[in-house]
Each structure stands twice: as structure tokens, then as C-alpha cells.
Write a protein of this length. Structure first.
Length: 149
């Protein structure tokens, strides 16, 4: 299986998010419709559902293309991705009116204020989670598809 390595890299990258995002969508539907939370959560689903899977696939293709030169481990490469997704996601959320940035906190949907310190802790946990998912799951898929040693 030596043909189309970039297609296989893309498919290995989108695998994880393709499995996780329907679970997140189910949780959002339960929160919005069953628990009757009056926050328009569906506006916040646009970015993750549309861009994150493609971003993961393209990021894995970039890892494959640059691995010969950089020799960067797939986990470290995956841990860099949140540093790109956070500013892009915040920009998209601000454009859609989902996020308002204040002096001490960010306000989501004009209803929920989150202090920047809590966002920083969550971001650090997210980077660690990305590292582990990329190292163990995407790395395994890359090896199974024959695009990584």
C-alpha cells in the first residue's frame, strides 16, 4: 500500500474527529432541547463541525510532508494544532457574535462569562489531550495505514 500516502494521512487525521463530533452534537442537543438551556448552542457548533475534521486531516498531511525534514514526533506535531485552532476559533466566534472579550473574562452567547485564567487552564489541558490523542490514536492509524514507521 504505497500509493496515495497523503490521502491516507488525511483519512487518518479525520478519523478521530469524525467519531467524537457526533457525540458532542448529541450532548449539545441534550443540553439545548432536553435540559432547556436558553443558550443558542447551535451557533457555536458551526466551527467545530465544519472545520475541525478537515483541519486535523490537513494537519496530518502536513506532518507527513514535513516529517522527513523536521523528524517531529506526531504527538508534538498534534499538540501544536490548538495554538492555531484557538485564535481561528475565537475570531470566528467573535465574527458570529458568539464571543465577547472583556478586560477579565470572555463572555459566550452574552450569557456565560469565563475568566481568562480558567481559559488558560482549559487550553493547557486541551494541548495535553491533543498530544495524547495524536501520539496514540493518530500515530497508530498512521502506522496501520503504512505512512509512518
Amino acid at each position: 500500500m504505497t500509493t496515495h500516502p497523503y490521502l491516507r494521512a488525511y483519512l487518518a487525521g479525520v478519523f478521530v474527529t469524525t467519531l467524537i463530533l457526533p457525540v458532542m452534537l448529541t450532548a449539545f442537543i441534550v443540553i439545548r432541547l432536553v435540559l432547556q438551556v436558553p443558550v443558542p448552542i447551535e451557533r457555536g457548533l458551526i466551527f467545530p463541525m465544519a472545520l475541525v475534521p478537515a483541519g486535523w486531516g490537513l494537519w496530518n498531511m502536513l506532518w507527513l510532508a514535513s516529517h522527513e525534514r523536521t523528524h517531529l514526533a506526531v504527538g508534538v506535531h498534534g499538540a501544536i494544532l490548538p495554538f492555531l485552532l484557538l485564535p481561528i476559533g475565537a475570531t470566528v466566534a467573535r465574527c458570529f457574535g458568539v464571543l465577547t472579550l472583556g478586560p477579565t473574562s470572555a463572555t459566550w452567547f452574552n450569557a456565560c462569562s469565563v475568566p481568562y485564567a480558567l481559559i488558560a487552564v482549559g487550553f493547557c489541558c486541551g494541548v495535553a489531550a491533543y498530544y495524547l490523542v495524536w501520539k496514540y490514536i493518530v500515530g497508530f492509524l498512521n502506522r496501520a495505514l503504512g505512512i509512518a514507521a
